[in-house]
Design a binder for this molecule. Structure first.
Ligand SMILES: [Zn+2]
Length: 425
C-alpha cells in the first residue's frame, strides 16, 4: 500500500524542517519526503494548505481501563486520540486496580496492542494503590515497559518514600511524573481559592499546595539526579520555580495543559462542575504565566490530562463532582487558537511540544517525520473554524467546558504505522 500526501506544509520539529512538499508512505514507513512527480499510489491526499506533521504525542491521558469502562475504555480513548491527531499516548495509573503490578501493566499494554487504533504506552504507580505508603517494584515495572512512575491524581506525601523513589528512578533512568498537591494544605476545595471560589461558597484550592510539591520535587531531583517531569502546571509561581530549577541545571521538565493556557477560574461561573479540574483553573495572571512558560521553554510539553467522566457524575453539584475534563479532541484547536494565532507561540514550537519533545522525555520511538521511520502522520487544517460539539466526540465521555466554543484549527487525518485511523478530509 502506497500513500502519497501531496503539497502540504511538511513539518518535522526534530530537524526544524518546514517546507511545502510531498510525503510518500510505503509499507507502513515514510519512504520519501520531497517533491514527487510521477508515482502511482493507491491513495493520494491533496494536502494543499494543510499541515503535515509527525503523529502527535500526549504523555498524560486517563483511559480508565481497568475499572471504569463507563467513562472510557482503551479502545474508545484511542479513537478519541486518533480524532484529535494523536498517535501515541501515555496512560496514567489511577485505574482500578491501579497500574501498580506487572500484571496490570501488561493488561493495559496488551489491550492497547490488541484494541487501540494508536500506540498506547503506560506509566506505573509509584506506590501500591496510589496510597502513598509502600513503593511498588519499580525495577520489574520498568522491565515490563513502564515509561514513567507517577501517582498522578495524588502526591506521595511521605518525604522518606519520595526520596527512595527518586533514588531508584535515577538508578533506572526513568522519569518521575509528579502531580503536585500537598494534601495537608489542599482539602475539600473544588476551584482555585480566590474571588470565584468565595462567590460560589467553595473552600478553594490554594496555589501554595501545588507550589510546595513542585519546589520539594525539584529539590529531590537535584539531590538524586533523577529526571523529574512536573505535570499540568497551573500557577505563576509554579512556572517560576521550574524556570529557576532548570537554570540551576536540575533535570526537570514540565507540561502545560490546554485548559490551563486557555481558561480562568471564572469559567466555573458558567460551566459549573464541567470546569472542575485538578489542579484547578486559576486566574488570568496564572494563565499568562503558563503561556509565557510554554513560550520560553520552561514548560516543555503540551499535554491534555484527558480525564473522562460520565455526565451523571459531572452533573452533580460542584463539591460532589469528580475532577477532570476530556481533552484529546480539542487540544489542537486550543493550541492554535489560544497560542499560535495570537502570536504567543510559533507553529514550530507548538508542534514540537506536541511531538518530539514529549517523546524524548518518555523515551518513545515517535514524534518525528523522517524517511525510514514508521509512518505516524497527522494532517492539521489550520484554517478550519469549528464549534466544539461534545456529542460528536469519539471519547465515551462528554465532560468539557469547551462545548460551544469556536476554535480555529483541527486535526483532520491521522495515520498510525501506515494505516489511516481517522479521516475527515
Ligand atoms: Zn494530575
Amino acid at each position: 500500500m502506497k500513500t502519497l500526501v501531496k503539497n502540504g506544509v511538511v513539518i518535522n520539529p526534530a530537524t526544524g524542517f518546514m517546507e511545502i512538499t510531498d510525503v510518500l508512505i510505503e509499507a507502513g514507513k515514510v519512504s520519501h519526503i520531497g517533491d514527487i512527480a510521477d508515482v502511482t499510489a493507491e491513495q493520494v491526499i491533496d494536502a494543499t494548505g494543510l499541515l503535515v506533521v509527525p503523529g502527535l504525542v500526549d504523555i498524560h491521558v486517563h483511559f480508565r481501563d481497568p475499572g471504569f469502562p463507563d467513562k472510557e475504555t482503551i479502545a474508545t480513548g484511542a479513537q478519541s486520540a486518533a480524532a484529535g491527531g494523536f498517535t501515541s499516548v501515555v496512560c496514567m495509573p489511577n485505574t482500578k486496580p491501579s497500574i501498580d503490578t506487572v500484571e496490570t501493566l501488561e493488561y493495559v499494554l496488551r489491550t492497547g496492542r490488541e484494541q487501540a487504533a494508536v500506540h498506547v504506552y503506560s506509566s506505573a504507580a509509584m506506590t501500591y494503590g496510589l496510597e502513598g505508603t509502600e513503593l511498588t517494584d519499580l525495577d520489574s515495572l520498568k522491565q515490563a515497559g513502564a515509561v514513567t512512575f507517577t501517582d498522578d491524581g495524588r502526591s506521595v506525601m511521605d518525604p522518606q518514600l519520595v526520596y527512595a523513589a527518586f533514588q531508584k528512578a535515577a538508578e533506572l533512568d526513568v522519569p518521575i511524573s509528579s502531580h503536585c498537591e500537598d494534601h495537608h494544605l489542599v482539602k475539600g476545595g473544588s476551584l482555585n481559592r480566590g474571588e470565584v471560589s468565595r462567590q460560589l461558597g467553595d473552600p478553594g484550592i490554594p496555589r501554595l499546595g501545588e507550589e510546595l510539591i513542585i519546589a520539594r520535587d525539584i529539590l529531590f531531583a537535584e539531590e538524586t539526579g533523577a529526571r523529574l517531569h512536573i505535570q499540568h502546571v497551573s500557577t505563576a509561581r509554579g512556572v517560576q520555580l521550574i524556570r529557576e530549577g532548570k537554570a540551576r541545571g536540575v533535570k526537570v521538565t514540565a507540561e502545560g495543559a490546554p485548559h490551563h493556557f486557555t481558561l480562568t477560574d471564572e469559567q466555573a461561573l458558567t460551566s459549573g462542575s464541567m470546569a472542575k479540574v485538578n489542579p484547578p483553573l486559576r486566574t488570568r495572571e496564572d494563565v499568562e504565566a503558563v503561556i509565557a512558560g510554554l513560550a520560553d521553554g520552561t514548560l516543555d510539553v503540551i499535554a491534555t490530562d484527558h480525564a473522562p467522566h460520565t455526565l451523571e457524575e459531572k452533573g452533580r453539584p460542584l463539591a460532589q463532582a469528580p475532577f477532570g475534563m476530556v481533552g484529546l479532541e480539542t487540544a489542537v484547536g486550543l493550541t492554535l487558537t489560544s497560542l499560535v494565532y495570537p502570536g504567543r507561540l510559533s507553529l514550530m514550537d507548538a508542534i514540537s511540544k506536541l511531538t518530539v519533545i514529549p517523546s524524548a522525555i518518555m523515551g518513545l520511538p515517535s514524534g518525528r517525520l523522517e524517511v525510514g521511520l514508521a509512518a505516524d502522520v497527522t494532517i492539521i487544517d489550520p484554517q478550519k473554524e469549528w464549534i466544539v460539539d461534545s456529542d460528536k466526540f469519539k471519547s465515551k465521555s462528554r465532560n468539557t467546558p469547551f462545548a460551544g466554543m469556536k476554535l480555529k484549527g483541527k486535526a483532520v487525518w491521522t495515520m498510525v504505522h501506515g494505516d489511516v485511523v481517522y479521516n475527515e478530509l
